[in-house]
Unconditional design. Structure first.
Length: 280
C-alpha cells in the first residue's frame, strides 16, 4: 500500500496526465513531502509567486529574454543569495525543494526547477537540458536561437564550448560533448532524474528504507519499468522484506523474461522461496 505522499505524487504524474500539463512545482514538493510530511505546499508556492513578482517589477518589455534573465538572476542570486552547494553536493537536502527554498542551496537540477518556475510566471518559457552530470536550462528566442542557462552558477549563459568545459571539469578530458548532450528533456524525465539523484545518495550510505521510498516514486511515473521493479526488489531484499522482494523479482521476470540476468534472478527467487518456507 502506497503512502499518502506517494499517492499525491502519482496523481500529478500518472500516464493520464499529459507531460506538458504536469505541475513540476507541486510534483517536486510532493517528493519532499515523503520526507517532510508536515510541509505546507501552498506556502512554498506562494514563495515562488512572490519571487516572480519581484522579478517582474523591473522588466520594461515583456518577452525580452535578456532583460528577463538578468532580472531573474538579480533576484535569485544577488538579492536572495541562492547558490549551488559546492561544499556538500551530495547532501540530500539539496534535492528536496522545500529545503532548497529554505536554505537557498541546491544542485543544478533543483536550482533549475526554481529558475524555471520563476521564469514561467514572468513569461520566460524554459526547458530542462539533461547534460550528463550537470543539469542546465534552455530558452528559444522567436527566431529559434537557443540560450543555455546554468542556474548552478548564478544563471550564467553558456556556449557549447562552455558546456564542453563543464563536462571536462566533471568527468575529465576523456568525455566530449555529444550531439544529444544538450537535448531538452520532458517533465517526467526531469522528475526521474531528481529521484535517481536521491536514490543514489541513499543507496551510497546504505539507507535502503529511504531509497525504497524514492523508487516507489519513480514507479509512480513508470509503473512498468523493469529496472526499477528490480531495484525495488533488491531494496526489499536488503531490508529483509522477503515476500515483497519475491513479488517484485517475479514481476521483473514477467516483464523481461529474456533479460541477461534472468537466470540469476530465477535462482534468487528459488532461494527466497526456500527461506520463506523455512520460516513457516
Amino acid at each position: 500500500m502506497r503512502s499518502p505522499a506517494v499517492e499525491e505524487f502519482a496523481a500529478l504524474v500518472n500516464a493520464k496526465v499529459e507531460d506538458e500539463r504536469i505541475d513540476l512545482l507541486r510534483a517536486a514538493l510532493a517528493i519532499a513531502r515523503t520526507h517532510y510530511p508536515d510541509l505546507e505546499v501552498e506556502s512554498y508556492i506562494r514563495r515562488l509567486d512572490h519571487l516572480a513578482a519581484r522579478v517582474r517589477a523591473p522588466i520594461s518589455k515583456v518577452g525580452d529574454a535578456a532583460e528577463t534573465i538578468a532580472a531573474i538572476n538579480q533576484v535569485l542570486f544577488v538579492e536572495e543569495g541562492f547558490a549551488g552547494n559546492q561544499e556538500d553536493y551530495y547532501d540530500p537536502r539539496n534535492s528536496f525543494l522545500n529545503q532548497v527554498l529554505d536554505r537557498k542551496l541546491g544542485i543544478p537540477i533543483t536550482l533549475a526547477l526554481v529558475y524555471m518556475e520563476v521564469g514561467r510566471r514572468v513569461g520566460l518559457p524554459l526547458l530542462g537540458v539533461g547534460m550528463p552530470g550537470h543539469f542546465l536550462l534552455k530558452h528559444y528566442d522567436p527566431d529559434g536561437r537557443a540560450m543555455i542557462i546554468d542556474p548552478f552558477h548564478r544563471g550564467v549563459l553558456l556556449s557549447e564550448q562552455d558546456c564542453q568545459r563543464r563536462l571536462k571539469q566533471i568527468y575529465g578530458a576523456q568525455v566530449t560533448l555529444q550531439p544529444g548532450s544538450l537535448a531538452t528533456v520532458n517533465r517526467r524525465q526531469m522528475l526521474t532524474r531528481m529521484l535517481n539523484n536521491l536514490k543514489n545518495i541513499f543507496v551510497s550510505v546504505r539507507d535502503f528504507r529511504k531509497a525504497l521510498g524514492i523508487v516507489d516514486l519513480v514507479l509512480a511515473i513508470y509503473p512498468r519499468s523493469p529496472e526499477d521493479v528490480k531495484q525495488r526488489a533488491v531494496l526489499h531484499y536488503n531490508l529483509g522484506q522477503l515476500s515483497r522482494a519475491l513479488g517484485d523479482f517475479e514481476d521483473y521476470l514477467k516483464m523481461s523474461p529474456e533479460a541477461s540476468d534472468a537466470d540469476d534472478i530465477r535462482q534468487v527467487t528459488v532461494a527466497i522461496r526456500r527461506n520463506l518456507a523455512a520460516m513457516n
